[in-house]
Design a protein around this ligand. Structure first.
Ligand code: HEM
Length: 442
């Protein structure tokens, strides 16, 4: 700023003599300042764009008239130092902040200039004396205007810089997205090829008559069948991901009874749980769950996903060890902890808790990414898409999803929330919670 002041003074030829002239002029010009303010604000508020910035009505204009007179007084103090320049620069910034375009400030300076030369004409009828004063005033007005315009320049530079950063960020995100898409495609091709190769290999063995017994043939056919099932699951998941990413996942949001969804979903995982000797416990059975806003089919898909994962990552019962357990729990939570859409409504939080292998803290977020499995040890069977799809589905339904886990081996809790429906929506979470536990006590 300091060098800018010096530069401007040099270009405009502002000297100590000018400063002295302005100081002399001050007492003679003060009486014109109320009229200057009147003239200024009789013209400016009628500008077609002014209504936007003059929102304070008459009171604001009255205040501004006083402000303009004070501004005028400082013109004639003859001091043009850092403090003065900073103040004028801030006035410019004030106009930037209220959204006044620079061209209006420049034109308005014309009103001040014309008025002050009329005053000088009245005060100094003799031309040569007036000329010296007029030149000093003109230099001061130029300095003022330059400083106000400098704030505009600075503000647009800042805007441009912010815009540039935004563009750079968008560019980086695009590059990252494109890289993820490539990785996704490579992973998808790999995942599809594995069951396809099994299907082709096993059927060829059978077709070539290389199986010795009927039982051996049946064994291979069973493998073909499960590979085909796995393939179908993969294709369905990939189609889902494709639809979600393209924003074309059609949701049929309605008031849904979670009890019914749980009752129709839990039996689907009873057999696989029992095959591994795991206990499946529905801890919500005695509670009357409030209805939620959701797409019933998708809610079932999410639940099934979380339950299947829990079963997959909980080791089969071994002799002498306590049996692993998968539990389903429910609770009402306030909006702020349940979703980014903090609209004051309560949410139902469903939890699938297992006593399985657990998941390291640094991998907890990653499991919601495509094709990532967070568990330790060998790669578990599955598409690796389940949690990624579940997260997106829950988010589209207006909820959130997360994972909690102790250290490896201490089990995992995957929770998700859904907004309470209709009659419960406006209810405070405390009231809905009270109902939930009251019904559970009955
Ligand atoms: C030579 C041109 C101008 C000068 C010297 C001037 C002077 C000032 C000053 C000294 C302030 C107070 C700023 C502060 O507190 O930092 C101000 C505020 C303001 N000016 Fe100007 N101004 C000019 C042009 C304009 C124009 C063209 C408009 C509108 C068309 C305008 C509208 C306003 C408004 C709305 C405020 C804010 C009022 C508030 O705080 O309520 N000004 N101006």
């Amino acid at each position: 700023m300091e060098s800018f002041i010096q530069e401007m003074k040099r270009y405009l030829g502002f000297t100590e003599e000018d400063a002295a002239l302005l100081r002399q002029l001050g007492p003679r010009m003060e009486k014109y300042l109320p009229e200057l303010a009147e003239r200024f604000y009789s013209q400016i508020p009628h500008h077609p764009n002014a209504f936007r910035v003059f929102s304070g009505g008459e009171a604001q204009i009255a205040r501004l008239k006083q402000t303009l007179q004070n501004w005028g007084k400082r013109l004639f103090c003859g001091v043009y130092d850092h403090a003065y320049a900073e103040e004028r620069y801030q006035i410019g910034y004030h106009h930037v902040r209220i959204g006044l375009e620079q061209k209006y400030v420049i034109s308005a300076m014309g009103i001040v200039r014309a008025f002050l030369s009329e005053c000088l004409l009245l005060e100094f009828p003799a031309g040569d004396v007036r000329l010296r004063y007029a030149r000093a005033v003109s230099k001061m007005l130029d300095l003022d205007l330059n400083l106000m315009c400098e704030s505009y320049m600075h503000a647009s530079m800042q805007n441009l810089r912010a815009l540039n950063e935004q563009l750079e960020r968008a560019n980086r995100d695009l590059a990252e997205a494109s890289r993820s898409k490539d990785e996704f495609l490579a992973q998808v091709s790999h995942e599809l090829r594995t069951p396809l190769n099994s299907i082709l290999g096993f059927t060829k063995l059978i077709l070539d008559g290389l199986t010795k017994t009927r039982e051996e043939e049946r064994e291979l056919l069973r493998d073909v069948f499960s590979s085909a099932q796995h393939l179908l699951g993969l294709v369905n998941d990939i189609l889902d991901i494709g639809r979600i990413e393209a924003g074309r996942m059609a949701m049929h949001m309605e008031d849904v009874d979670p009890r019914q969804v749980l009752d129709s979903t839990l039996p689907l995982v009873t057999i696989p749980a029992h095959e591994k000797g795991l206990e499946l416990r529905d801890e919500t059975r005695d509670a009357q769950l409030p209805r939620v806003r959701a797409d019933e089919v998708r809610l079932r898909q999410v639940l099934l996903n979380l339950l299947s994962n829990a079963i997959k990552f909980t080791p089969a019962a071994a002799s002498g060890e306590p049996a692993g357990r998968i539990s389903v729990r429910a609770q009402i939570v306030p909006a702020s902890t349940a979703s980014v859409a903090a609209d004051g409504h309560g949410f139902l939080r469903l939890e699938v808790v297992d006593t399985g292998v657990g998941i390291q803290e640094e991998k907890r977020e990653a499991v919601f990414e495509l094709f990532v499995q967070g568990s330790a040890g060998r790669r578990h069977e599955g598409t690796g898409l389940g949690l990624a799809i579940s997260r997106r589905l829950v988010q589209i339904m207006g909820g959130a999803i997360g994972i909690q886990s102790g250290d490896a081996g201490s089990g995992t809790t995957v929770w998700f929330t859904l907004p309470l429906a209709g009659e419960h929506a406006g209810e405070s979470p405390a009231a809905a919670k009270e109902k939930l536990s009251a019904r559970a006590r009955k």
